[in-house]
Design a protein. Structure first.
Length: 475
């Protein structure tokens, strides 16, 4: 694993055309690219410095088929290995993954595909290798991602981590947005029995519905329009390893059924494929959604819920652990000052009290963003209450303590009423409803990546109704 903030990729191939194609594919990325011609030179590079991923042709004589890959997996178990070969079919991809490859690409390389796979490999490498510290006393160095807090609610989280990390059970992490679900998932993985294997992640809410099945299970060449090569899915990448399914509550019902089958039978088929692929995957899932209510409404499968809910870790919202806010604020001050290259500054007691009394629906993530903004605006002076109140007024969804700031919604409504009261003014209620509807539907479409089914689910409307509103507002 590389230690630099700039990701690094080792390309192992004697073919000048492939090396040129790889260099061109990453010319716009902030990436350190090192190329070597064969396995012997690759071993020397790997001994001399760390890499985040390796892209390697597997057809050369020095590789002896997949034997070199198997050897590399033993010496560098967390290094994602991406294999390449010409005229590679499904059989080659399966054998490469069985030997330990993170993914497999056909040559000549497609620039967009190789960028996608390398980005995923680097993300997997870094999330699996960057330590997550558990720090109830806030005494550890701020270089690590850290679970900070000594409140009773957080102590319960630490005890659950200690109890569940060494076991192979499926864990469901529940908590509001911004409470640190991914950090807890990484801590479970790093302290678990598969920490020597990769940590593969999928954000189920960030991938369009029509692509998510292929992302999870892979697809065969020709399975659908645009499927020009066999693709390895996340379940294959996580075989004998750990798969983190973030925002599991956003899966549609069809994919829920397919996920249930994998959990029950430990096998699946790629999209467009007929071969049953057996996998052994430790599942960690997370969601901020009310799954019990979704089950009652028919939007989440009850049998899948019980499969995922073998063990649960519930993360408390920040409002239930206000005593941790001073620890978190000082931790973020030190860490962000180092990251931004700024001198550390103090936060006055009045500023801390303001944060403790504020409504922070974005939880720890929102608190971190507030501290970052305060640090940048402080110009080296102590952060006082006035600055924090100003930032809270500017923050969407954030407000200072009661009475310390204006209400934008009330101000907007007041303007509408004033305009309606003027001669020739139009009805305020109709204007407000239409404006709010347009903004709400537009935001749901933006967050869902244009997925009308998912947007309709979030809005509590039918797909037909959402389509009508899209047409009505010209979205």
């Amino acid at each position: 694993m590389a230690t630099s903030n700039v990701p690094s990729l080792l390309v192992v191939d004697a073919d000048a055309e492939t090396v040129r194609a790889a260099s061109e594919a990453f010319q716009d990325m902030d990436l350190r690219l090192v190329t070597v011609p064969d396995a012997e030179a690759a071993v020397e590079e790997l001994e001399g410095r760390g890499f985040d991923a390796i892209l390697c042709d597997l057809s050369g004589e020095s590789f002896k088929g997949f034997e070199w890959l198997k050897s590399l997996r033993r010496s560098h178990p967390l290094l994602p290995f991406i294999g390449m070969a010409r005229a590679a079919g499904s059989g080659s991809a399966i054998e490469a993954v069985k030997a330990g490859a993170f993914d497999f690409l056909a040559k000549p390389l497609d620039p967009a595909e190789v960028r996608r796979v390398v980005r995923e490999a680097i993300d997997c490498s870094r999330k699996g290798s960057e330590p997550v510290a558990i720090d109830p006393r806030n005494e550890l160095a701020e270089e690590s991602d850290t679970l900070v807090g000594n409140s009773r609610a957080m102590l319960d989280v630490y005890k659950a981590l200690g109890r569940l990390s060494p076991t192979p059970v499926t864990v469901l992490i529940r908590g509001e947005t911004g409470t640190g679900k991914e950090l807890v998932a990484r801590a479970l993985y790093q302290h678990g029995h598969r920490a020597h294997r990769p940590f593969v992640t999928v954000n189920c809410a960030a991938i369009p519905e029509n692509l998510l099945e292929s992302e999870l299970f892979g697809h065969e060449r020709g399975a659908f329009t645009g499927a020009t090569a066999t693709r390895i899915g996340k379940f294959e990448q996580a075989n004998n390893a750990t798969l983190f399914l973030d925002e599991i509550g956003d899966l549609d019902l069809d994919l829920q059924a397919k996920l249930l089958r994998v959990l029950q039978e430990k096998r699946f088929q790629r999209v467009g494929g007929n071969e049953e692929i057996a996998v052994d995957v430790r599942i960690i899932a997370a969601t901020h959604r009310p799954l019990e209510r979704m089950i009652a409404e028919g939007r989440f499968r009850e049998d899948l819920f019980y499969r995922l809910n073998v063990a649960t870790i519930k993360l408390p919202p920040l409002r239930d652990r206000t005593g941790d806010i001073p620890l978190l604020a000082h931790f973020f001050l030190r860490r962000l000052a180092r990251e931004l290259g700024l001198p550390p500054v103090a936060m006055e007691r009045g500023a801390i009290a303001c944060l403790e009394s504020a409504r922070l629906p974005g939880n720890v993530r929102q608190l971190q963003n507030l501290v970052r903004k305060a640090l940048l605006r402080s110009r080296g002076y102590p952060i006082d209450r006035t600055l924090v109140e100003e930032l809270l007024r500017e923050t969407d969804g954030g407000e200072a303590e009661a009475g310390a700031g204006r209400d934008p919604l009330r101000e907007w409504c007041a303007r509408l009423i004033d305009e309606a009261a003027a001669p020739g003014g139009t009805t305020a209620h109709r204007r407000a409803v239409e404006a709010l509807e347009e903004a709400l539907v537009g935001e749901a479409l933006r967050k869902s990546g244009g997925n009308i089914s998912r947007a309709a689910d979030w809005l509590g409307l039918s797909r037909l109704t959402v389509r009508e509103k899209i047409k009505k507002h010209g979205l």
